[in-house]
Ligand binder design. Structure first.
Ligand code: ZN
Ligand code: ZN
Length: 605
């Protein structure tokens, strides 16, 4: 359907080719035998553990045809299993061919499956593509067998003859007017923390952490402006940066004397020379780097990624830049929703909507990229929380059914993420009720006032209680952290029942409850929130209280609300929110859009 339609930042074509899978698997089996192994692991991840990987690192897709953003292919004794989570089971079935078996992860673990097939043999893995945590887990679960997990060279890279070159996008300076602090200051603060903890250095292998620390950005993967690199931060605040030097040659002045450049290939030899106590993050450190450290004279302090928390806690300048970015993005969203809601006939498809939204965002020169591939799902497609439209799945927008749009932009000032669920015409009472229950949860979180020290696990239930009362729930967390012109999914905080990281001021978190009825419809409403100090209450016995500041200002579709289910407080919140949308956005709209906004933000009684 309409294969010619496309946009700049998002592709609707399939990039994997399942038909090539069997031949490539055969070549890999030959290579496994040649290397005297009994199996091999092919994960989706690269050495940098991001959601987006470079073309050169699309080994899983190349081998199997599967295009999802998470998964691992395991070959052992001629059996081939691809492990994917619930989001991807159907997609994996459609995108791969026998002999590949689809395995439901994490219900079935990689090592359990291997142990069902055999209790002995050598399973090879590329130590750059697995974290320390992963390999330690695999080794622990197989310790009572004769299965050996053995680091080896990457067998895919041997048989993939036209493997693309590594990305080499130019890195650029992220100016202090956006970052709110110089890279020298950031290095000093973290170096002091290292000293205070008795560490001589920290190894940082997540590009988002390096980008934040050094105030740099790049273009090595899609939608996430990072530079592929590794770094060692010493307690004297000097940094050794291991990177393709051609990417950073324009940054010499920015780096100054404190940052020394090395080729990425020199990383292991530098790790081997370290001494003292070294801070590492086992969840992200490639096993290859861990092995190098083990062969040196260091003691390891597995305290985690030291950039994660300071990166998450935005300073005042970062926050004010983020507010500006969200306003720019809200204007585009309002223009888009006005355009969409004025469509009377259903001649549009999901792809048309994605293209239109990108066009509205592109009208502002500050727009840099989308922050992830837009989710635009209509009718039953909306019941798939991670649905991405492609030419085969593309669906015409019908009247009287939901349209769920989850999207965001990259702006130098900030990364945005917003979901609105809307409809052309009238939706059923069942949908209205579900929409209202989701909205009530979303408002509950938005209105919360809570003591310092609370974590995601303490607050997540507030988003669900209204659904719970009706025997309903949703199967994802309520929210994730968001970066600053970086990843739209950022830790360490999350708004979920498993997150124990306390909220701190400056953290940005999404608030996105939903409800999904398989085969019928789906609803999600999402705003981003910044954690801020609450004004001190007169008789408060709590030392410090926090509230959430809402960052997105885009009307929530009143046509989908069952007002009889809303309390006065909830109506007040919505009316106040809509009033703010009007105040902040209206002047940036065209006449017809102003009329739409006035109507969309009209007070509900
Ligand atoms: Zn979103
Ligand atoms: Zn989100």
């Amino acid at each position: 359907m309409h294969k010619e339609k496309s946009c700049k930042f998002q592709s609707f074509a399939s990039t994997g080719d399942p038909k090539l899978g069997p031949k490539r698997l055969e070549a890999l089996q030959d290579q496994i035998a040649k290397t005297n192994l009994d199996g091999f692991l092919v994960p989706r991840s690269d050495s940098f553990r991001g959601e987006y990987v470079a073309e050169k690192d699309q080994r899983l897709r190349w081998l199997t045809g599967f295009e999802g953003s998470a998964g691992i292919c395991v070959l052992v004794n001629k059996r081939v299993g691809i492990f994917v989570d619930g989001r991807y089971t159907i997609q994996a079935k459609n995108q791969t061919l026998p002999p590949i078996e689809i395995i439901n992860w994490p219900n079935i673990k990689v090592t359990d499956w291997i142990m069902e097939i055999t209790n002995k043999g050598k399973i090879g893995f590329d130590p750059w593509l697995h974290s320390v945590d992963e390999i330690e887990q695999y080794r622990k679960s197989t310790e009572n067998t004769n299965i050996v997990l053995q680091p080896t060279e990457n067998l895919i890279d041997i048989i993939w003859t036209d493997q693309p070159a590594p990305p080499n996008a130019k890195a650029f300076r992220y100016e202090a007017k956006f970052a709110g602090a110089t890279q020298v200051n950031k290095r000093k603060i973290l170096a002091k923390e290292l000293k205070d903890n008795g560490n001589s250095a920290a190894v940082i292998t997540l590009p988002e952490g390096i980008a934040w620390l050094l105030n740099i950005r790049g273009g090595d993967v899609e939608h996430l402006p990072i530079v592929h690199a590794f770094a060692i931060l010493h307690s004297n605040y000097k940094v050794d940066l291991f990177v393709d030097k051609t990417k950073v040659e324009d940054l010499k002045k920015h780096f100054g004397n404190g940052i020394k450049l090395y080729n990425q290939n020199d990383f292991l030899s530098h790790l081997k020379q370290l001494t003292g106590s070294i801070c590492i993050d086992k969840a992200s450190l490639p096993f290859a780097a861990f092995e190098a450290l083990l062969s040196s004279k260091v003691t390891l302090d597995p305290r985690g990624d030291i950039t994660a928390l300071p990166k998450a806690c935005k300073n005042e300048i970062e926050l004010s830049r983020a507010r500006e970015a969200h306003l720019i993005d809200a204007v585009a969203m309002c223009k888009f929703l006005c355009w969409l809601n004025s469509q009377s006939e259903s001649k549009l498809t999901e792809i048309d909507l994605v293209i239109s939204l990108e066009t509205f965002r592109s009208q502002n020169p500050e727009f840099y990229d989308i922050s992830f591939e837009t989710i635009c799902a209509s009718g039953p497609n909306a019941a798939l929380p991670h649905y991405r439209v492609n030419y085969d799945s593309n669906r015409a927008i019908e009247k009287n059914e939901v349209i769920l749009i989850d999207s965001g932009g990259q702006y130098k000032g900030g990364t945005t993420d917003i979901t609105r669920t809307t409809a052309l015409g009238e939706v059923s009472g069942e949908i209205k009720k579900a929409f209202t229950l989701v909205l009530k949860g979303m408002i509950s979180i938005s209105r919360l006032k809570f003591p310092k020290g609370m974590a995601g696990c303490d607050l997540d239930a507030f988003a669900r209680v209204h659904l719970w009362s009706e025997g309903l729930d949703f199967a994802h967390g309520t929210g994730h952290g968001v970066g600053q012109f970086l990843s739209v999914h950022e830790g360490p905080q999350r708004l979920s029942r498993t997150s124990k990281v306390p909220f701190e001021t400056g953290m940005i978190i999404s608030n996105e409850p939903g409800f999904y009825k398989e085969g019928h419809f789906g609803i999600r409403i999402e705003n981003l929130l910044a954690v801020t100090k609450a004004p001190k209450l007169e008789n408060s016995t709590v030392e410090e209280m926090f509230i959430f500041e809402t960052l997105n200002f885009v009307p929530i579709d009143k046509n989908l609300i069952d007002i009889s289910l809303m309390t006065n407080e909830e109506k007040d919140w919505l009316n106040e929110y809509h009033l703010k949308c009007r105040k902040k956005i209206r002047e940036n709209l065209e006449e017809n859009e102003k009329i739409w906004l006035d109507h969309a933000t009209k007070k509900i009684e």
